[in-house]
Ligand binder design. Structure first.
Ligand code: G3P
Ligand code: CA
Length: 326
């Protein structure tokens, strides 16, 4: 079978995180070796304003912070990365993501992934991670892109940190410069993307992430508006594409057992927006989807999205290779 449309990109979500703890350098190295087109970085700041690669603004779900720094949590029970300087962050080790139940028990979010092993992995700074990727680009003769998410700009701003400015300055010093380098900047907060584009005037490709209002993320973004036709038209004024949640596109099965699609992809394409949905996990399939291949088929063949965020980049790459894109 031949599909006469551009090959979609595979974005290694938090690295090859289906196989190794998320956002470890080794999970990025494995994703690079697998041939992922882009490697994702979620970025937050330390107390001394150093960008580190970490998904949560809290440390307790993926590190041993509660053991190393007992009593350093805030009144809401969270250990905020912003309350620790880099020297303190370096004393922590990363583990596979755990469900924190208040009883100090170790329950993994994904049961069949990498086991809980203490003191094996460290939190990388953004600079260290990009340096490693640049090294692999050279030694493998193959450039992987980077796909950087600014996490919780509002919380950083309220604490006195301009995460957008700090991270953009860091990236501009790397090999990933505007115009031609494979780099995307993603954010759930539309105001932050507009700030990068119109105030900082940084010419990176921007992706507007779209969540659900009921998630109550720490942003003023209104996702119901953003994913409407008028909202998408507005996004096209400042961004190159959208990163929607997969269940904003796959709505379930009809009575014949066939997938039902929303009009989000078609509407986004009308405004020339790329569509990079998240998150494709073989161990967390949407209700109604039975296999990872079925999920990939719906999004990549039926919906023809331009790329996907996946914890399992090797499986997506194999699927795309088998599908013989032009
Ligand atoms: O950035 C795309 C996707 O990663 C958004 O969700 O929570 O995994 O950062 P999250
Ligand atoms: Ca992300």
């Amino acid at each position: 079978m031949s599909n006469a449309f551009k090959k979609p990109i595979v974005i290694a979500h938090r690295g090859a995180s289906g196989y190794l703890p998320e956002h470890t350098l080794v999970s990025k190295a494995v994703a690079h070796a697998m041939g992922a087109d882009f490697l994702e970085q979620d970025v937050v700041l330390t107390k001394d304003a150093v960008p580190i690669v970490l998904h949560d603004i809290y440390l307790e779900s993926t590190t041993n912070v509660a053991d190393i720094f007992p009593n350093r949590q805030q009144s809401d029970g969270h250990f905020y990365a912003l309350d620790f300087d880099l020297d303190e962050i370096r004393r922590l080790s990363i583990n596979e993501r755990l469900i924190i139940d208040g009883n100090s028990s170790y329950t993994p979010v994904f049961e069949n992934r990498f086991p809980y092993i203490e003191n094996l992995f460290k939190i990388p700074t953004l600079r260290e991670e990009v340096s490693m990727i640049s090294g692999l680009n050279k030694s493998r003769g193959k450039t992987a892109g980077i796909y950087v998410e600014l996490k919780s700009p509002k919380i950083h701003w309220e604490a006195g940190y301009d995460i957008a400015d700090i991270v953009m300055s860091e990236l501009m010093r790397s090999e990933y410069k505007p115009f031609g380098s494979p780099i995307y900047i993603q954010c759930f907060d539309d105001a932050t993307l507009k700030y990068i584009k119109f105030d900082l005037k940084i010419e990176y490709s921007l992706i507007q992430l779209i969540g659900e209002n009921i998630w109550e993320e720490d942003t003023c973004a209104n996702y119901d508006e953003l994913k409407s036709r008028a909202g998408l038209q507005g996004i096209s004024d400042y961004a190159d594409g959208i990163g929607p949640w997969i269940e904003q596109i796959f709505l379930g099965l009809n009575t014949s057992g066939e997938p039902i699609a929303s009009d989000l992809v078609a509407n986004a394409k009308e405004f020339n927006l790329l569509v990079h949905p998240y998150t494709f996990r073989k161990d967390e399939l949407p209700r109604g989807i039975e296999t990872f291949e079925q999920l990939l088929r719906f999004f990549l063949i039926n919906q023809r999205v331009n790329g996907i965020f996946t914890d399992f980049p090797d499986l997506a790459i194999n699927f795309i290779e088998k599908s013989q894109y032009d």
